[in-house]
Design a protein around this ligand. Structure first.
Ligand SMILES: *Cc1c(COP(=O)(O)O)cnc(C)c1O
Length: 362
């Protein structure tokens, strides 16, 4: 790795592509002759407007977003979306949620403040180690939407088939898998992703929402900023947006387009994840925590036979130059997050390290 950088396996904020960071560094002091850094620019300036518009256009191209969807850049990161989804989409006051782990639980807890929440499927019975069968859910007639966390960052599960929502609007938290594989946007009513997992700096979410779901008749208590309409009507420039994050995300969108788009990302991500999962499947010391068919390509949780040994591996990995392999405090164990920007060499180096540790300790 150049610049003395480390293989950073953090679940987020996470690694960004090195060529993107280099471009940002080169433009830091004077963005393309504007005489200023993007951080210093008016969000109403022509030069920033172009940065924003290009970011949206590139994302639309990358994901093939249909014209009847709006793309919004909203501050508050992922967590604000738990509330915004419920506040804006609960017309009848009923949201259906699939409970698959830490992040869907947070979404459920937040939605309960604004309406009725029906948990239509759950994998709580086996510690959220799988994705429940969502082919025949019991969805009430008056349900406003069906909500999923498409990749559970902490638990390490992902959907390879979307739920049968029986005609209801599908809402998906894609934070930790956003742009990791092709996505048919037309199957969703709303997709959102906090960008610090697989795209850019923390503090912003990208929201892709079908136009007919943007409402005017929201309850009075909904703050102006929390209405999707506010952002849609103002091209995400109602107030001062997170200009820096929009700029950095735009760079990543361009980088992905220049490097084969989402098909190519998916192929790379499958290859990377296979290296790690094949090792875990053959290991005598380490065990993957998730049912095989539901394994995330982005977040890979695994354990040794004991908590003490888990901690010992984490310490040894740090000493060997790997960062952030500790599992989330709520589940323990280890976790390697291997987003788009983690090079294959990083995963290979990690597996070499784990093999060596196993040979010395098993
Ligand atoms: C990180 C994460 C969030 C929360 O994002 P914040 O920006 O920290 O609020 C929500 N959902 C998923 C799936 C995440 O991985």
């Amino acid at each position: 790795m150049k610049y003395g950088r480390t293989y950073n396996f953090s679940a987020g904020p996470a690694m960004m592509p090195e060529p993107v960071l280099e471009e940002i560094a080169a433009e830091m002091m004077n963005y393309r002759g504007s005489g200023m850094c993007v951080m210093e620019m008016s969000h109403r300036s022509k030069v920033f407007q172009q940065i924003r518009d290009e970011a949206e256009a590139d994302l639309r191209k990358l994901m093939g977003i249909p014209d009847n969807y709006k793309v919004l850049f909203i501050q508050g990161g992922g967590t604000v979306q738990f509330a915004m989804v419920a506040m804006n989409l609960m017309k009848n006051g009923v949201g259906c949620y699939v409970e698959t782990g830490a992040w869907s639980k947070k979404a459920i807890a937040e939605a309960k403040k604004y309406g009725e929440v029906k948990i239509v499927a759950s994998s709580a019975d086996r510690n959220f180690s799988y994705i429940p069968d969502c082919s025949d859910l019991d969805i009430p007639e008056n349900a406003d939407y069906v909500y999923i966390c498409e990749n559970e960052t902490i638990n390490g599960t992902t959907y390879f088939n979307l739920p049968n929502t029986k005609g209801k609007v599908l809402v998906s938290d894609q934070s930790s898998m956003f742009l990791s594989r092709p996505c048919d946007v037309s199957k969703y009513g709303l997709i959102w992703g906090g960008v610090q997992k697989n795209v850019g700096p923390a503090g912003m979410a990208v929201v892709i929402i079908r136009e007919d779901l943007i409402r005017e008749d929201l309850p009075k208590f909904v703050p102006t900023y929390m209405s999707y309409k506010t952002h849609a009507d103002n091209d995400s420039l109602y107030n001062t947006p997170n200009c820096w994050a929009i700029y950095c995300c735009g760079k990543v969108f361009k980088y992905l387009l220049d490097n084969g788009g989402l098909e190519a990302m998916n192929a790379r991500n499958e290859e990377k994840a296979k290296i790690l999962y094949d090792f875990l499947d053959s290991s005598r010391l380490f065990t993957g925590a998730v049912r095989k068919e539901d394994r995330s390509l982005m977040n890979v949780p695994f354990v040794t036979p004991s908590k003490e040994q888990d901690a010992d591996v984490v310490a040894a990995s740090k000493a060997a130059g790997f960062d952030n392999l500790k599992g989330h405090k709520s589940v323990g164990g280890l976790r390697a997050s291997i987003y788009n920007a983690m090079p294959k060499e990083g995963v290979e180096a990690l597996v070499e390290f784990l093999k060596k540790y196993e040979a010395e300790h098993a």
